[in-house]
Design a protein around this ligand. Sequence first.
Ligand code: DQA
Length: 145
Amino acid sequence: MTSVLILNGPNLNLLGTRQPEVYGTTTLDDIETLCKNHAEVTGMTVEFHQSNHEGTLVDNIHNARGRHDGIILNAGAYTHTSIALMDAISSVELPAIELHLSNVHARETFRHQSYIARVAVGLICGFGARGYVLAMDAMKDHLEH
Ligand code: DQA
């Protein structure tokens, strides 16, 4: 059974109330439920985490080694700044998908830069909460082919 770590970075715990015009009104708990339901339907297992701390996210990525087949990462603002997260993904040698609720390329130019994209198999952005399900399907497909 495909096992995926879904990891969420800073400020994503505030989804639902945080800039709903940009990120929608779905909470992170709703997204976790969406992912767990989709996992059940598609025969996957998911572990779901959020942290506001870069080091904790690095630890979560390290812990995925040997336990999961891939990582779906919405690193929030750390996407645009964190060499540590990029190195962590390279270090564990697991396929990673970069994910964003918003279309970062239609936003401020500082959001166009991504350290995660350099080590990711692909990127999904702009589809809101549905992007999590799309990323799960993309990861399953990537692992099977
Ligand atoms: C985000 C986009 C990032 O630029 C931003 O810093 C976030 C959320 C998204 O899901 O759209 O925190 O990752």
